[in-house]
Design a protein around this ligand. Structure first.
Ligand code: NDP
Length: 313
């Protein structure tokens, strides 16, 4: 029987592990398919306090992991395929290994969204990507498009502009949603062409992405379809929380984010009762801030809450 099992290896999961381990619970942390979480899809972390010169995300996650390990966290790698909440909670990894625990901290994060075009699936891995940092290297001196108008899209466009010949930023609204500093960087980058009020109709190409058909819509009637030649198509249109495992057991908002009781990181059951010994942290329960520092903070809170809960048993 475990005291605390933590699901997820982003800033929330590792921070929860540091606190749970220092409270002497020897937590077990299950590292899922994306070790280090979403942060590892970015280039450089410039806004995590304590790193005045920025830090590479892999380095930061490795540091967090080592810090958790130093105080006695144990690690298992694999995808959690089933969670049965109860007394005890039973967590199944890869359909085979079952862990029983008194408390669980869910830090499963969020994943990139796709537009839902059939051609996106056709070319997935052949020119379609949701991670510029992971795949940008393959498009050196080529032309790519990034979809989205938020901070992620601007950051990815900037990053790709450092590698590629040209970057189109396809934005469905007449303005960017990103923070002002990111907007300024993008709008002043001569390699980036922002296509406001454009949507993607389909991707084209022989076996790989070679172009995209876009529709430009200004108002209700003014519509033009045109084609751009591109070698890569990067999605940066937001994320959805990885909470499907809890759809039948825990309360979620309409977008799927786990609801916590607000005062603590305790989850709620689908009929809005406290789910005893079940806590959430990080992006899986944060539709609003979605920042590494906030995820780390909520991981700390979840571990303190879990410690208090264990003491009541
Ligand atoms: P956001 O939700 O902020 O932005 C998503 C963007 O994608 C919006 O411009 C949205 O358009 C667009 N979009 C959504 N769906 C579609 C669609 N179907 N077709 C076309 N466009 C679409 O997500 P981000 O991932 O950019 O950012 C998430 C959070 O993380 C934010 O709080 C952000 O500030 C933060 N962040 C911070 C960074 C930093 O500080 N370094 C870096 C990256 C992210 P519309 O505006 O029309 O809704």
């Amino acid at each position: 029987m475990e005291n605390i099992v933590i699901i997820g290896s982003g800033p929330a999961g590792y921070t929860a592990a540091i606190y749970a381990a220092r409270a002497n619970h020897q937590p077990l942390l299950i590292e899922g398919p994306q070790l280090g979480g979403q942060l590892t899809t970015t280039t450089e972390v410039e806004n995590f306090p304590g790193y005045p010169d920025g830090v590479e995300p892999y380095q930061m996650m490795e540091d967090l992991r080592r810090q958790a390990e130093r105080f006695g966290t144990r690690f298992v790698s694999g995808v959690v395929t089933k969670v049965e909440l109860g007394n005890p909670h039973r967590i199944t990894v890869e359909d085979t290994d079952i862990y029983e625990t008194k408390a669980v901290i869910i830090a499963t994060g969020a994943s990139a969204k796709y537009l839902g075009l059939p051609s996106e699936q056709t070319y997935r891995g052949h020119g379609v990507s949701a991670c510029a940092t992971c795949d940008g290297f393959f498009y050196r001196k080529k032309t790519v498009a990034v979809v989205g108008g938020g901070d992620t899209a601007c950051e990815e466009a900037q990053y790709l502009a450092g590698l590629c010949e040209k970057v189109y930023l396809i934005v469905r609204k007449p303005f960017l949603r990103a923070s002002q500093i990111m907007q300024d960087r993008v709008l002043n980058n001569p390699k980036i062409e922002v296509l406001f009020e454009h949507n993607t109709l389909q991707l084209t190409g022989e076996g790989k992405v070679q172009g995209a058909d876009l529709i430009y819509r200004k108002g209700e009637i003014d519509e033009q379809i045109h084609h751009i030649d591109i070698d890569g198509f990067f999605l940066a249109i937001g994320h959805h929380p990885n909470t499907q495992l809890f759809a039948d057991s825990l309360a979620r908002n309409e977008e799927g984010y786990l609801l916590v009781d607000g005062v603590t990181q305790q989850c709620l059951t689908t009929n809005k009762q406290i789910a005893h010994g079940v806590f959430a942290a990080g992006d899986c329960c944060d539709p609003h801030y979605r920042q590494a520092i906030v995820a780390a903070g909520s991981g700390c809170k979840a571990a303190i809450d879990a410690d208090k809960y264990l003491k009541t048993l």
